[in-house]
Design a protein around this ligand. Structure first.
Ligand SMILES: NC(=O)C1=CN([C@@H]2O[C@H](COP(=O)(O)OP(=O)(O)OC[C@H]3O[C@@H](n4cnc5c(N)ncnc54)[C@H](OP(=O)(O)O)[C@@H]3O)[C@@H](O)[C@H]2O)[C@@H](O)CC1
Ligand SMILES: [K+]
Length: 514
């Protein structure tokens, strides 16, 4: 706690500037203890500090995970002249607000005085245009799941202690955390160094609370399945998660060296989805890309990308493929269902997206077939598709994205990419990853089709499905980030632009140029 307070005081000092007034809100547990230590240290550094505690009586202030530490921090703050205020002074122009109300011990929605303090912090930050530094986790955000309560601190900066928590990186987390920094407090070796950003450490802690903290259910999904075992340790996707497959091409290679990707979709009115996937597969290096369109009136050539081999979908069923993508614009009619039945059992890696996922959710026989496949399967649902597959709701999926992705991976014996802010990749072996690349510009039509195309391209080039899923998600987001940095997005970023940016980045990664 003392180390956490020091790290927080250092960051607070740089955020508040000289001579500013700092408001600190302290909760009843160890997060509040961190706030008391921070307040004491900032006073020692001659800052004007106003501290408001959720509970002002010492008797009720000893219920947290580390009651002795928290009480001692409070006593030390008061002993050095600090004052516990009942309410927030209204006439102070705050230079910084520090949220030390709740951290990983949030056990229920904030109500009454807790909710009032959170709302006040948010309103004051807006009024004074001042930064808000959340200690460990913005109060109201579930640090395990990324689910924000209706009343949650909207931080401009979050300083997370020891390691990044999964909920800071997915779902509502990124929006409420602002700039995220992780300080290991010197407690871990190697992976996390003091002051590193979340992206610089790939380890997130096990989804377990300290023994004395209330135990929230790990899953809140409306499924018939029993709650899962606590998940194995999760990771942030980094390039090193798949770097062994990033290599320059041999000079003595030909198109057969990079495989045939077969993409089935494009029912009448939905050819664009299949074309986007096909173009992505081509530009990410598949040797040959066959596009099986259900809309047979579409013709045999895509004039923009004549390299794509367009065929009637039914004629591609027997085509030799090294990897298969089913779903972009597939529709849900009888033909689509028949094609799925035909193709699901094949011996090649299979990606199921979009309408293929919807068919899976309504046809138990198909689901059984997918579960018993011998070759790898990757499912790439967005939260709505995940909800249908789990017979659940989007809210339930979003309230615990890691649990939802992991439940799907178990149910279908597949690798699962749950798309959205902080995409989750849950692997069939139980490991799970969070992706930190990407931006809101990706919330636009066709992005999922491009992801599917990238994925099937890597699979056709022989990448193992687990690492292909990690790489495709990471690359797709990194490409969109690169475009946003150049002003091509986030507003107005298109899926087609992301394909070219992903190609550029992938070539540089494979050449070891960055
Ligand atoms: N682990 C470590 O090594 C380190 C941990 N560190 C710090 O410890 C923090 C975790 O501390 P923690 O476990 O005491 O939990 P914390 O977030 O303070 O909240 C629990 C308290 O809040 C209460 N409460 C909860 N929800 C509520 C609500 N809605 N409305 C009202 N009350 C509510 C809850 O009450 P209860 O549910 O028991 O009734 C309990 O009193 C962690 O985030 C980090 O900052 C650092 O110092 C570095 C080293
Ligand atoms: K907090």
């Amino acid at each position: 706690m003392e180390r956490a307070g020091h790290a927080a005081a250092d960051l607070a000092e740089s955020l508040a500037g000289t001579g500013g007034h700092i408001l600190i809100v302290a909760g009843p547990g160890a997060n509040g203890g961190d706030a008391f230590v921070t307040a004491r240290l900032l006073r020692e550094r001659f800052f004007a500090v106003s501290l408001v505690a959720l509970t002002t009586s010492a008797a009720t202030a000893t219920q947290g995970a580390d009651p002795d530490d928290t009480a001692a921090a409070r006593v030390a703050f008061v002993a050095e002249g600090g004052e516990l205020l009942e309410s927030i002074p209204d006439d102070t122009p705050w230079a910084l607000i520090i949220d030390g109300l709740f951290g990983i011990g949030l056990s229920r929605p904030p109500r009454e005085r807790a909710a009032e303090l959170i709302s006040a912090m948010n309103a004051l930050a807006r009024r004074h245009a001042c930064p808000v530094l959340a200690l460990d986790c913005p109060s109201g955000l579930n640090a395990d799941t990324g689910h924000a309560q209706p009343t949650t601190v909207r931080a401009s900066h979050t300083l997370s202690f020891i390691a990044a928590k999964p909920g800071l990186l997915t779902g509502d987390g990124p929006d409420y955390c602002g700039q995220l920094r992780v300080d290991s407090l010197g407690l871990t070796s190697g992976a996390a160094n003091p002051g590193t950003t979340a992206a610089a450490t790939d380890s997130v802690p096990p989804r377990e609370k300290p023994p004395s903290a209330p135990s929230a259910p790990l899953i809140s999904l409306n499924t018939a399945e029993p709650p899962p075992e606590p998940a194995a340790q999760g990771h942030i996707i980094q390039r090193r998660s798949f770097a062994r497959h990033l290599r320059a091409r041999a000079s003595n290679s030909h198109k057969g060296s990079f495989g045939s990707a077969v993409i089935i979709g494009g029912a009448p009115g939905m050819a664009g989805a299949a074309l986007l996937a096909g173009r992505a597969a081509l530009k990410l290096g598949a040797g040959r890309v066959y596009l099986g369109l259900l809309d047979e009136r579409f013709g045999s050539v895509d004039p923009v990308t004549p390299e794509l081999m367009l065929r009637p979908a039914s004629s591609l069923a027997a085509q030799t493929a090294d990897a298969l993508l089913l779903g972009p614009g597939l529709g849900s009619g009888e033909t689509a269902q028949r094609l799925m039945e035909q193709l699901c059992g094949g011996p090649v890696p299979l990606v199921l997206d979009a309408d293929a996922l919807n068919l899976l959710s309504t046809h138990p026989a198909l689901a059984a077939r997918v579960h018993s496949r011998q070759a790898a399967t990757v499912l790439t649902p967005h939260p709505g598709e995940a909800a249908r597959l789990l017979a659940s709701s989007i809210n339930a999926v979003q309230s615990d994205r890691i649990a939802a992705a992991s439940a799907l991976a178990r149910r279908f014996n597949a690798h699962v990419v749950l798309k959205g802010s902080g995409s989750i990749v849950a692997l069939a072996d139980g490991r799970w990853f969070i992706n930190t690349t990407g931006n809101p510009g990706m919330a636009s039509g066709g992005m999922g089709d491009v992801l599917g195309g990238i994925l099937v391209a890597l699979l056709s080039q022989g990448w193992p499905a687990d690492e292909a899923a990690l790489a495709a998600v990471h690359l797709h987001g990194a490409a969109a980030d690169r475009l946003a940095e150049a002003g091509i997005g986030p507003i107005g970023l298109t899926a087609s632009e992301t394909i070219d940016a992903a190609r550029h980045l992938f070539n540089r990664w494979c050449a070891g140029a960055e």
